[in-house]
Design a protein around this ligand. Structure first.
Ligand code: SER
Length: 888
């Protein structure tokens, strides 16, 4: 009995549920495949991976061949944007999460409805597996799917009243809860959902009933029978094979098996939540749902960053930013105003081991990104609050204009809900309609702008396709297929005219993957075209340049020749970039993934995710590793293979990039394997030498390294040597004593500066004393108006100070003529006169500007002005004098 209850308790641990799910499908002949990342591979139609089937999309569509016909996965998913978006439900229901794991079994043209239903039933109800009571399970089927209905009804031990047929909400067969589609286009099909009845402690009715939206009947498993490919116009094309895609939320099934009411009460969430509440010093964690939101969001954010998303103002990065900010605002709701969110990465890893293990390596990086984003948001909030404050001071009435709230949100990132909160506390209403309207206008405007995104140039060129033959050849015969000038297709380009030449095949590499386009020449019998750049326009390669002599016409035969030297230098830098990437991840960690790159004939640039400045030792180690690989003279080889195979071969694949079905896998010895369409050296030895020339930050969490190779590296070394030699010569030093020499110079310089200062001050005192004789009175006030030449502002200030000291009481005006003929003046007034309201330096300066033009400012005891017009210093003296007479 004891053993049994122990088994019972371990069996309901999330890890055990996870394992059992895999065990049953292993037994049923499935291959267990790892989760893909949250950034859908080469699928531009999806924001984030939102279901287990995403990584198999092309298999369902019949584009890729499956390596296995039956597979099972536990897929990490984010539903925080796009068609399936749960962001705003999190914290308000017990069952929504932005990040969750989806257990799934898949059949690619193998089993269909029958086995899918049988397998699901067995896992859920068999005593050896989840052992759920059959009476508590309900299922739904599409009302057009008689086949599924019959299977449930005739082959499964479930009462008929627990099988519910659900139709579509409109005439459209797809518009039903029992029709699943990945997005607006792509694989889809009818589905059968399994629900669990949590009993009458909860409100709500069975699926399909009017009360279905309560919390009593919870959907636990969705079995999708993929048979169609939905087109953009809504049409359903039948797929060549029938497949199965099932999905069961791990957290949700765990909550059922652990007999708790909510996802947030399952074992792992409970521990995470208590740890969060300790860190945030909150007590009433089970009353306040904000802590649920935070627990959910730290999972979503950590995994998004892990998979390569960084906070940004658009796309995936924008959604991540929104989730982070939402978590922080919920922190504020809990009364936590200090920075906290980044601290939650550690407990996440600790308590969610079964999935969070993969976060280990990038732990610091993730925390760093969250911290900097949180700091940024705090600044935004502070600035937003100040601006809102200013608006509220000016406010007439008790309604804040929606456009103002929108401006705060749009320009300063200040959340609308916060504007509402602040206003609410002061009894001010915020015009939500105005806000929504401004938002709508903005969206329309952005849409309009985006319309112009596709350049006319691209549109007009994309129908002609060109074959690139330049991996092996740098010269070849070809034919002119089209010519373009000023975005227009033409037949001939004449001498000295610029244009774009399209060939049927070309050895010229079109700028892509960070590598710049080739230069070179195109020669026909009658003309010579100098190519200054090559670009890709879809399938078309365009040669940009100028006809140097003769003409170039459509249809002519041509000899295309790439600038060999330049190409060689580019290729060396490209191969070195691959070495650099591999060395960086060896030295800094596997989180070093590419953010961008540039490879040209002079240098290479590599941008990557990393949170800290590289130390000199790290840079030296990277240089050493790359150079060692160069000196090994390892072969650089290319294999063309299907993308799936490349993925399994462990090649570095960029997450955000769209790849063709067949890809080039570039291998450098045993050191680096990456997908790459660029051109390369044949052996690493050709690179000669590699040297880093710069390391800097380009954005939060993103570093840039620049480097040179071969003869450019050698000339850089020569330049450094020359520079050192010049320094040695002019400082009469050598490599042993240069540092102590510099130190000596610095000390001498500081000493001399001090001496000069003392002398200058003595001089100022002398000169100032000599001015005293020119002091005169206006009424009882002592006045000194003096013209001086070429004084710095500091000297003028010191002089007035010195004279003030002598005068004890009085007004001093120094009018200074600079070498560049500009006049500026300073006014100083002693304290007693200010206190007696006799005169004030600032108002005197204002009067002067009014009369003479210019700009100025200062304090009552000292002010200055620059005079605009061409007045002479003596004219200004006269004006100042008469002003003083008037004022005093
Ligand atoms: N694709 C289906 C879903 O996400 C089943 O996995 O619900």
């Amino acid at each position: 009995m004891e053993f049994y209850s122990m088994m019972e308790s371990t069996c309901t641990k999330i890890l055990m549920i996870f394992v059992k799910n895999f065990l049953i499908f292993l037994k049923k002949g499935h291959k267990i495949i790892s989760s893909s990342t949250l950034i859908p591979n080469s699928d531009q139609t999806l924001l984030f991976t939102n279901s287990g089937m995403n990584q198999f999309k092309n298999i369902f569509l019949g584009i890729d061949k499956p390596l296995f016909k039956r597979v099972a996965t536990a897929q990490r998913c984010v539903r925080a944007g796009g068609k399936h978006n749960d962001l705003n439900n999190v914290g308000y229901t017990e069952r929504h999460l932005t990040f969750f794991e989806m257990l799934g079994n898949f059949s690619f043209g193998d089993y269909f409805k029958n086995e899918a239903i049988q397998f699901a039933w067995e896992l859920l109800t068999d005593v050896n597996w989840f052992n759920l009571s059959k009476n508590k399970l309900w299922v739904t089927v599409h009302n057009c799917d008689g086949e599924s209905y019959d299977i449930w009804s005739n082959q499964i031990d479930i009462p008929n009243e627990h099988i519910v047929k659900i139709g579509s909400n409109t005439n459209d067969f797809c518009d039903s809860d029992n029709f699943w589609q990945m997005g607006n286009i792509g694989p889809c099909g009818p589905c059968s959902e399994i629900f669990y009845d949590r009993g009458d402690r909860f409100q709500g009715g069975p699926p399909g009933s009017l009360e279905e939206f309560g919390e009593r009947y919870v959907e636990i498993w969705n079995l999708v029978f993929i048979q169609f490919d939905r087109q953009e116009n809504g049409r359903l094309l039948s797929l060549p094979m029938l497949s199965v895609d099932t999905g069961m939320g791990l957290e949700r099934i765990t909550s059922i098996l652990q007999g708790v009411n909510s996802n947030f009460s399952i074992d792992v969430f409970k521990k995470l939540i208590s740890s969060i509440s300790r860190i945030m010093k909150i007590n009433d964690i089970y009353i306040n749902r904000s802590v649920y939101v935070i627990a959910d969001h730290i999972r979503a954010c950590s995994f998004l960053i892990q998979d390569g998303v960084l906070p940004a103002n658009e796309g995936r990065g924008y959604v991540l930013r929104r989730i982070i900010r939402r978590a922080i605002l919920h922190g504020k709701k809990l009364g936590v105003n200090d920075i906290f969110f980044y601290k939650l990465v550690s407990p996440l890893i600790k308590y969610m081991q079964h999935i969070a293990d993969i976060l280990h390596e990038k732990k610091d990086f993730i925390a760093e990104i969250l911290l900097s984003e949180e700091k940024l948001f705090q600044d935004t909030l502070k600035r937003g609050l100040e601006l809102l404050e200013k608006q509220l001071i000016r406010l007439k009435g008790n309604c804040l204009n929606g456009e103002i709230a929108f401006n705060l949100y749009d320009t300063y990132g200040f959340p609308f809900e916060l504007t509402q909160d602040v206003c609410l506390k002061r009894g001010i209403h915020v015009d939500q309609e105005g806000f929504d309207q401004a938002m709508l206008t903005q969206k329309k405007y952005t849409k309009e702008l985006n319309k112009f995104d596709i350049s006319y140039e691209k549109l007009s060129l994309c129908n002609v396709s060109s074959i690139f033959v330049g991996y092996d050849k740098l010269i070849c015969k070809s034919r002119v297929m089209a010519l373009f000038q000023n975005n227009k297709s033409i037949n001939k380009i004449y001498t000295k005219e610029e244009g774009i030449v399209i060939l049927n095949n070309t050895p010229f590499y079109g700028e892509s993957g960070g590598q710049i386009g080739d230069c070179g020449q195109l020669n026909t019998i009658s003309g010579f075209f100098q190519v200054s750049n090559t670009k890709k326009y879809g399938q078309t390669i365009g040669h940009l340049g100028i006809v140097n002599s003769g003409t170039i016409s459509v249809g002519e035969e041509i000899v295309a020749q790439v600038d060999q030297h330049k190409r060689k230098c580019i290729s060396l830098n490209h191969s070195a970039t691959h070495l650099l990437r591999a060395a960086l991840s060896q030295v800094l960690g596997s989180h070093v993934t590419q953010k961008g790159s540039l490879v040209n004939d002079r240098y290479l640039r590599f941008d990557f995710y990393h949170h800290a400045t590289m130390t000199t030792t790290q840079m030296n180690t990277v240089e050493n590793i790359v150079n060692e690989q160069i000196w090994k003279n390892a072969p650089i080889t290319v294999d063309v293979m299907p993308i799936e195979l490349a993925r399994n071969s462990g090649a570095v694949i960029l997450i955000n990039k769209q790849y063709d079905k067949k890809v080039r896998v570039l291998k450098i010895g045993n050191f680096s394997t990456e997908l790459c369409g660029g051109t390369h050296a044949e052996h690493t030895g050709e690179i000669g030498v590699f040297m880093i020339t710069k390391e800097c930050s380009i954005a939060a969490g993103i570093r840039r390294v620049e480097a040179v190779t071969n003869n450019v590296a050698l000339s850089a070394i020569h330049q450094y040597k020359m520079l050192l030699k010049n320094i040695f010569q002019s400082t009469q030093s050598d490599d042993k004593n240069i540092l102590s020499k510099i130190h000596e110079f610095k000390c001498r310089y500081q000493k001399l500066e001090k001496e000069i200062d003392t002398l200058r001050n003595q001089q100022i005192i002398q000169q100032s004393l000599s001015f005293i004789k020119d002091v005169y009175y206006i009424k009882d006030v002592r006045i000194l108006v003096k013209q001086v030449v070429n004084m710095t502002s500091k000297t003028l200030f010191n002089m007035t100070d010195c004279i003030k000291h002598q005068l004890k009481s009085g007004v001093i005006v120094l009018i200074n003529l600079n070498t560049n003929k500009k006049i500026n003046l300073v006014v100083a007034v002693t304290k007693d006169l200010i206190e007696r309201n006799r005169i004030n330096a600032l108002s005197l300066v204002h009067y002067i500007i009014k009369i003479l033009g210019g700009k100025g400012g200062g304090r009552p005891d000292f002010a200055q002005a620059g005079i605009n017009n061409m007045a002479t210093t003596s004219k200004i003296s006269i004006e100042v004098n008469s002003l003083l007479h008037n004022i005093l």
